[in-house]
Design a protein around this ligand. Sequence first.
Ligand code: MG
Ligand code: MG
Length: 257
Amino acid sequence: MIFYKTEEEIELIRQSALILGKAHGEVASLIKEGITTAELDKRAEEFIKDHGAQPSFLNYNGFPYSLCISPNAVVVHGFPGKHVLKEGDIISVDCGVYYKGYHSDSAYTHAIGNVSPEVEKLLTVTKESLAKGIEKAVAGNRLGDISYQIQQYAEANGFSVVRELVGHGIGRNLHEAPEVPNYGKRGQGIKLQEGLVLAIEPMINLGAKSIVQEDDGWTIRTRDKMPSAHFEHTVVIRKGKAEVLTTFEYIEKAKKA
Ligand code: MG
Ligand code: MG
């Protein structure tokens, strides 16, 4: 069942998403060589709670952390821990915030210092593929228009699209219908209507699309152990142009500082 949100509900998701954007900025300000991913997780949890909100992921289906931190070949759902960031790494930071009854969800993949040109391109193309998908997230289009656009852009640039993990509706629940695949056909799927709130989140691999799950039951990595990138925004379907509720503004500011 799909829940279309009222303007009052969208306002609450907007507030949740603002806290999330700032939490991402706080994490970004700490990202540098030598810090562990556990330290980033701890700070994110404190920051979110200090703002009167809760980390959406903490205890979600038993997930034990506030952030999913996924370095290099890890696609998504990585556990924060003893991993020390080093030059040339990439890490995806995925975070959700629960505030006044509503979730928001957003992810960003960071480069640590200088990374290889092909990895730099992977990050750029994945972020751009999210923007391309959002361009199609307008009332009257079909869900498949978003999926097709992301896949077409990623593959045209020589990368591959993860199939098993998808974006989703979001609101009172972290994951709601419909699923939002990052691959598909134009003109297929449900017709997009105003008030539908979606988390759109391309997961794009440098090598082949195949993934495996680690023995911890959560961590997803590429089968060929080549790097993977992940960017995510929570958006609301509008006429003409989607409204992006989450923001990378605070991340970009922290990176420039
Ligand atoms: Mg997420
Ligand atoms: Mg998500």
